[in-house]
Design a protein around this ligand. Structure first.
Ligand SMILES: Nc1nc2c(ncn2[C@@H]2O[C@H](COP(=O)(O)OP(=O)(O)OP(=O)(O)O)[C@@H](O)[C@H]2O)c(=O)[nH]1
Ligand SMILES: [Mg+2]
Length: 495
């Protein structure tokens, strides 16, 4: 059976179909338009973004120098030559074409031959003029190239000059800032020894000892037990603690101590006796110049102490030379440089990792030439347990003696009080290897372990000559045994 014919669409069907298609087309157009608008907005945002940044985010505008030199006389002459040759080429070409045209229409064979010969001769001259133009142009280009080379060279020179100026300006700015910082620090008064010892007195073993001593009671075994416990937990070292306890026991046995208060004065007197070692003159007496070698483990405060000492020497109107003998770290010489500037001292330094002996030798030589009064030599502070460092220090010592027989006149060991009894162990090693003559105990202000001074003096019999009570240049106090004992034992010594 044949298939039934498809029904004919009605006009309404055709219209509705068309309407449906138009909706689709309109929808597509609207989507495309929307996409275009979105792209346009995004582009505008991107373009606007840089100007909306904060001014700080923008890089510093750098003016690139632009140099344009006038052409040299030779270059100008060559250009003119090339132009003249070019004109000649055109003129000759024109004449040659005229002769060739005339030859084409010449009726007489002899005339034609003459014209053709003239045209050929003109071509020869034209070729020669072209070569001349080429040569002149080439020469002018070489001159121009040379001129551009000089322009770039001048631009580079200006750029370098500008960079150098910028570096100098930055350095000057940093110097000013450093100077201001220094003036601010120096305007502050330095700490007294008592203020430096505040933590030891209020938080350390002295706090416990003073509290024991303030009890109004008779001395008995329990008091002695407490005394023993406090002293052994202090940082004064076992040897010194047992000697103090022993002394108190003997006094009790001999019925010399009836009240706790009396123990206090016995302990106090004994501590004063221990710390009152004969003090050698520091920073004077040897040479001239008087040479001080500064040693100590890293971070103990050597460089800072040297800076403070140098400032003291300069303040006395004496000339001081600093030797940057710590060549293991580049930063060490830089740090000393800052201190030297503060202290108005001359600094002698060498390249990183160079021979410390050479630096020290040069410093002593310079000091002698300039009649300096004092030389203070910094040294590296790697761990004292590393044998090579100790060997290095011994070598530096020998070099000093070679440069100036008898030098160093003083070997100052810098110890960090915050390390407590470890400082005593360090001191023993340095003493045995390099022969320490005096001790500077630093950072006493940051610790409750100030009692270590007593142990150092008792066990090593090396005098503590300087005490660091803070980071400022004025925060280095000559150690005064009486001031120390007063600061430790007297209730009202700290304010
Ligand atoms: N509070 C306080 N800080 C100090 C004192 N002495 C030094 N310092 C600080 O201790 C730190 C180390 O001092 P430096 O002088 O660099 O020590 P150093 O022994 O030269 O160290 P190296 O060069 O690494 O061997 C620095 O931050 C100093 O400011 C002090 O008496 N009191
Ligand atoms: Mg240092």
């Amino acid at each position: 059976m044949p298939p039934a014919p498809a029904p004919q669409p009605s006009p309404f069907d055709i219209l509705s179909h068309l309407a449906h298609d138009w909706t689709l087309v309109a929808g597509a157009i609207a989507a495309v338009l929307l996409a275009l608008v979105a792209i346009q907005i995004a582009r505008k945002r991107r373009l606007r973004a840089p100007s909306e940044r904060t001014p700080e985010a923008l890089p510093e505008p750098r003016v690139q120098p632009r140099i344009e030199l006038p052409p040299s006389e030779a270059e100008a002459a060559r250009r003119q030559q090339a132009e003249a040759a070019h004109k000649e080429v055109e003129e000759l070409a024109r004449e040659r074409r005229e002769r060739a045209e005339a030859a084409k229409v010449a009726a007489d064979a002899a005339d034609r031959a003459r014209l053709e010969s003239e045209a050929s001769e003109l071509r020869g001259r034209e070729e020669e003029a072209k070569r001349e133009e080429y040569r002149a142009k080439k020469a002018a280009d070489r001159e121009a190239k040379e001129r551009h080379r000089r322009e770039r060279e001048e631009e580079d020179r200006l750029r370098e000059e500008e960079n150098r100026r910028a570096v100098e300006e930055e350095e000057a700015r940093q110097r000013t800032a450093r100077g201001e910082e220094l003036r601010r620090i120096e305007a502050q008064a330095g700490q007294t020894l008592a203020q430096g010892l505040a933590k030891t007195r209020t938080q350390g073993f002295m706090a416990k000892l003073n509290s024991l001593f303030s009890q109004p009671r008779q001395v008995d075994e329990s008091v002695l037990g407490q005394l023993e416990e406090i002293l052994f937990s202090a940082d004064i070292g076992v040897q010194t603690a047992s000697r103090l306890v022993q002394l108190a026991r003997e006094k009790v046995k001999a019925n010399d101590l009836s009240s706790v208060d009396k123990i206090k004065s016995v302990i106090r007197d004994e501590v004063e006796r221990i710390v009152s070692l004969p003090v050698p003159h520091s920073l004077q007496g040897g040479g001239p110049p008087h040479v001080m070698m500064v040693v100590g483990v890293n971070g103990s405060g050597k460089t800072t102490t040297i800076g403070k000492l140098a400032a003291k020497v300069s303040d006395q109107g004496r000339k001081v030379v600093l030797a940057a003998g710590d060549t293991f770290r580049a930063a060490a010489a830089e740090q000393l440089d800052i201190w030297a500037e503060r202290a108005r001292a001359e600094l002698v330094k060498g390249p990183e990792n160079s021979d410390p002996g050479a630096v020290v030798f040069e410093a002593l030589k310079r000091a002698r030439e300039q009649n300096a009064d004092v030389v203070i030599a910094d040294t590296a502070g790697r761990l004292h347990t590393k044998v090579p460092l100790m060997d290095e220090l011994k070598k530096v010592r020998r070099v000093m003696d070679k440069a100036l027989p008898g030098a160093p006149h003083e070997v100052l060991l810098v110890l960090d009080a915050t390390t407590g009894q470890n400082a005593i162990a360090q001191a023993k090693q340095f003493r045995d290897v390099v022969g320490v003559t005096a001790i500077a105990l630093t950072k006493i202000d940051g610790t409750a372990k100030g009692g270590v001074i007593i142990g150092i003096c008792d066990e090593l019999k090396i005098p503590v000559v300087w005490v660091g009570v803070g980071e400022k240049v004025v925060d280095l106090r000559p150690f005064d045994p009486r001031e120390f004992v007063t600061a430790m034992f007297d209730e009202r010594s700290v304010n």
